[in-house]
Design a protein around this ligand. Structure first.
Ligand SMILES: Nc1ncnc2c1ncn2[C@@H]1O[C@H](COP(=O)(O)OP(=O)(O)OP(=O)(O)O)[C@@H](O)[C@H]1O
Ligand SMILES: [Mg+2]
Length: 410
């Protein structure tokens, strides 16, 4: 196991047996990597079975599944494992211990997951701020069963996006967590806070990007790993509901697209507009980095079929390429002050977001007005240019409605 290199701060946690474990902190601090290394060690040597979760099933393959596969390859351990890519299961050949995967948005798949032998002993939820409190109940149930000798563990990892989150309430408030605290350990609960200094595999470019972050909220959460205190959030006129039973009624669909590739994701926002009630129902999304226009076209056709998509007009070449793939896309017109105008219009609607659209939810939670160095709102008001990929896409999707409004009231 020599080749498996673990960042120092995590080494004491290889054998941490606290029932609930929290690994939180700044971006790129090595949380996901360590929590992908530990199952590999445990299934090989410690007779445990893992269930690795994220809120949304279809985000698993490209994140935690690939990460664990990467650990196995990098450590030269491939020969000990057999991987079933379509079922997403990783099995140790000689002892049949397993690492399995499931989305919390799919309770059936969660119930159906059974290791070849024994029971699930370890549960890890990455990006746990995407989950809600009810998910925790389902998860705890999933850990029941088996003998009482085997210690079970439930692990959450995340960036601390805002302090009003249920995870803070559930695990940090109750123990009187101090803002400058970095560790806590009891048999029931352990907490470890990490940030960029704890990951020696970050490049100096990665570190510079984190240190040069201008926005105070972002620096606090993503550079230093502190619990976020949201400033002046832009949208409060939205709520999350389970819309899965309503999609048949969504007969007035709107599609918007924001381009992105390496550091920014491409985003597609899919919603239904109830014009009479001025209510937008957001019920599907794409949010992914690394998609070429070919792949983005395939996703767009899957999500939007032949529906009209309004895309970011700053990329005419991308729009032309997607049109060649028979995607029904046109560029947004984007008039003067279109951002603030679009925000004002969206603020006059009621916005209901399906619970599976975690990236819309995250953007609506965090989209904020910009402040100057003294913490005062800038004039004229401007949003922080972050957490806006799907919100921009949504603005484009409703451009025609907004224009109608101008015409009506002009
Ligand atoms: N022990 C390690 N060996 C090799 N690479 C590592 C190791 N730890 C971290 N890295 C690399 O550093 C980068 C950041 O690590 P990781 O993704 O685990 O951070 P994170 O804390 O999960 O970040 P985020 O909060 O953004 O999810 C990744 O590219 C990861 O592969
Ligand atoms: Mg991570």
């Amino acid at each position: 196991m020599q080749q498996l290199v673990i960042n120092d701060v995590y080494i004491p946690h290889i054998e941490n047996m606290s029932e609930t474990q929290i690994f939180y902190g700044g971006a790129g601090s090595g949380k996901s990597r360590f929590l992908s290394q530990r199952p590999v060690i445990d299934v090989l040597e410690n007779n445990r079975n893992y269930l690795v979760c994220r809120k949304v099933q279809n985000t698993i393959r490209k994140s935690v599944f690939n990460e664990i596969e990467g650990v196995i390859d990098d450590a030269g351990l491939r020969k000990y494992f057999s991987t079933n890519k379509s079922e997403m299961s990783i099995t140790v050949k000689h002892n049949k211990n397993q690492i399995l995967f499931a989305g919390l948005d799919n309770p059936l798949s969660l119930q159906g997951v059974r290791p070849k032998k024994g029971v699930i002993t370890d549960l890890w939820v990455d990006e746990a701020t995407e989950t809600d409190r009810d998910d925790l109940k389902i998860l705890s149930k999933r850990l029941r069963g088996g003998d009482n000798e085997t210690k079970k563990r439930m692990v959450f990892s995340f960036n601390p996006i805002y302090q009003a989150h249920w995870l803070y309430d559930e695990y940090f408030s109750s123990i009187g967590w101090a803002t400058d605290q970095a560790e806590y350990t009891t048999p029931e609960l352990s907490i470890l806070k990490t940030w960029y200094v704890h990951n020696r595999f970050l490049t100096s470019q990665d570190i510079d990007r984190l240190l040069n972050e201008k926005d105070e909220y972002y620096r606090n959460v993503y550079t230093y790993g502190n619990w976020g205190v949201l400033g002046d959030v832009i949208f409060t006129n939205w709520k999350v509901e389970d819309l899965s039973g309503m999609t048949d009624q969504f007969t007035n669909p709107r599609y918007g697209l924001d381009f992105g590739f390496a550091s920014h994701p491409a985003g597609i926002s899919v919603s239904h507009y109830d014009q009479t009630r001025k209510t937008i129902y957001i019920f599907d999304e794409l949010y992914e980095t690394g998609l070429t226009n070919d792949l983005l076209s395939i996703e767009a056709l899957r999500l939007c079929k032949d529906g009209r998509i309004i895309g970011d007009s700053a990329e005419p070449k991308s729009i032309a390429e997607m049109q060649q793939h028979r995607v029904n896309i046109t560029g947004a017109k984007k008039g003067k002050d279109s951002i603030t105008f679009g925000i004002d219009w969206l603020k006059q609607q009621t916005i209901i977001i399906d619970k599976k659209c975690v990236n819309h939810i995250k953007e609506f939670q965090q989209y904020q007005w910009k402040k100057d160095a003294n913490g005062n709102a800038v004039t004229p008001p401007k949003p922080v240019d972050k957490n806006n990929h799907l919100i921009d896409a949504l603005r484009y999707a409703y451009e025609d409605e907004m224009e109608g409004g101008v015409w009506l009231f002009a």
